[in-house]
Design a protein around this ligand. Structure first.
Ligand code: BES
Ligand code: MN
Ligand code: MN
Length: 457
């Protein structure tokens, strides 16, 4: 489409400047100190929707951070795409590991560095710009509803409620999301699944107060040691998770399905080198791509106890704590796994400590179809702009609301992501290639075109 190309190239610099402005807003959803900034970001997203050509756009308050909803209805008889993304970001710390300010975006070697550059401001904004391209060239081939939330990084609880309450308003034919990654620009791919999540927090208490480690050490259990032992015991010598019942509902894939996953391009030497590890680690009997795509895992996200300030303090701490999350695969219910974990953690606690287990957010795994008209439209769009057929892959991350799009709205999702695994999402120095940003804006209109055509439009 010549008109799209021209509009995009005429407005290229502005498209980038607008994204940089959005990245300057520290919309960290997890930290209440940023509440005002999150609200300001929602307003900015709404203004961009209107400017892009939406008939209407609204900041919808929730019990937490607001949801921004806009739409452009060309003709009610045309198919409708519901675009989803999130404008909230993960906390930026540890700040000292950033080479430039997380909310002072800079472009270096063709990459935008900022918190949210890839996850997900850069990617969701491609949709607003793609909508602008189609709307301003009078070539939008279908209706578009666009819903950008502010709580994805904290579990999307209020969006779940919003879906229930707005079923009519959210009626559509498919959900389109750009919040995942590709193998590389040379090997474009489409994720056809997301893992679920159970996120737990544990507290192990020993003595009723911090003690002198010389006076009491050796005679009273140290909760830090006990917590480490308990955590270590949750993987066996084959790196299987030892929680009873944990794997009961896990669907084993067929040899053919596993072969398909393993046929994706992957270079183990490069992988290790890029991460700075001598050897990889993981569940025996599975490849790296399987370990991150189709197998459940258990990770310690944070662990703390005792004295961690400057110098040395001889202390036997009273408490030790950890945040532990489990990635889940289809059929493993998040609530059920939360319960199994709780029961198990309590059962392995020795008598010389007491434990407290609580649950944070969770979400269910999904597999998105690769034979649907929507997937085919996405594959054809990639073929058009990359000149290559995309490889279907299984992603390791989670987007909890995707399972609810299906359950609550009866809608399948297409994960048309343009990030790269080494974009440092959730890490210091998050980046997004300017090339990928423009490529996304170029590709998305073709999805709309081919999806509409699949309805005979
Ligand atoms: N965009 C990510 C999820 C993702 C990343 C999927 C890369 C596939 C590839 C999303 O913002 C995210 O980080 N989700 C959280 C879950 C949430 C409940 C905090 C996650 O996966 O940890
Ligand atoms: Mn995201
Ligand atoms: Mn994220």
């Amino acid at each position: 489409m010549q008109a799209w190309k021209e509009y995009q190239s005429d407005n290229k610099d502005r498209f980038l400047d607008e994204l940089l402005d959005l990245l300057r807003i520290p919309s960290v959803s997890a930290d209440s100190k940023y509440k005002e900034d999150v609200a300001r970001c929602a307003e900015a997203v709404k203004e961009h929707m209107l400017k892009a050509g939406c008939d209407s756009a609204e900041v919808c308050p929730t019990a937490g951070h607001p949801i921004v909803f806009g739409q452009k209805i060309v003709d009610p008889s045309l198919p409708t795409i519901l675009v989803y993304g999130h404008y909230d970001v993960q906390p930026a710390d540890p700040l000292n590991l950033w080479t430039s300010g997380p909310f002072e975006p800079v472009i270096k070697d063709g990459k935008i560095y900022a918190r949210g550059a890839c996850d997900d401001k850069g990617q969701m904004f491609m949709h607003i710009k793609a909508l602008e391209v189609m709307a301003k060239t009078n070539s939008l081939p279908c209706n578009v509803k666009i819903m950008i939330e502010g709580e994805e990084e904290v579990g999307s609880n209020n969006l779940g409620i919003f879906l229930e309450a707005n079923k009519e308003r959210l009626k559509a034919d498919v959900v389109l999301v750009s919040d995942t990654s590709m193998i590389s620009m040379e090997h474009p791919s489409i994720e056809s699944g997301l893992r679920g999540l159970s996120y737990m927090e544990v507290e192990v208490t020993g003595p009723n107060r911090d003690l002198h480690s010389g006076v009491y050490g050796g005679a009273v259990a140290n909760p830090a040691t006990i917590l480490c032992k308990m955590i270590a015991s949750m993987h066996d010598e084959n790196n299987h998770i030892t929680i009873p019942g944990f794997y009961d509902k896990v669907q084993e894939l067929t040899d053919a399905e596993r072969a398909a996953i393993n046929s994706a391009p992957f270079d183990l030497t490069e992988y290790k080198e890029e991460l700075g590890v001598k050897e990889i680690w993981g569940e025996k009997g599975y490849t790296t791509l399987e370990r991150t795509g189709i197998r459940p895992t258990l990770e310690v996200n944070g662990i703390w106890s005792g004295y961690i300030g400057e110098g040395a303090k001889t202390v036997l701490p009273s408490k030790a704590n950890a945040k532990i999350s489990m990635r889940l695969v289809p059929n493993q219910g998040s609530d059920e796994i939360t319960e199994l974990f709780t029961k198990h953690f309590n059962s392995i606690a020795p008598d010389y400590v007491t434990v407290k287990v609580s649950a944070h957010h969770g979400g269910e795994a999904v597999v998105t179809p690769t034979d649907s008209p929507a997937y085919k439209a996405a594959a054809k769009a990639i073929q058009t702009t990359f000149g290559k057929d995309p490889i279907p892959t299984r992603g390791g991350g989670s987007i909890p609301i995707v399972a609810l799009f299906e359950k609550t709205l009866g809608l399948k999702t297409v994960l048309l992501g343009f990030g790269l695994d080494n974009d440092n999402i959730h890490s210091p120095n998050e980046k997004y290639d300017v090339f990928n940003y423009y490529k996304g804006i170029e590709t998305i209109p073709y999805f709309h075109k081919y999806f509409a055509e699949s309805f005979g439009q």
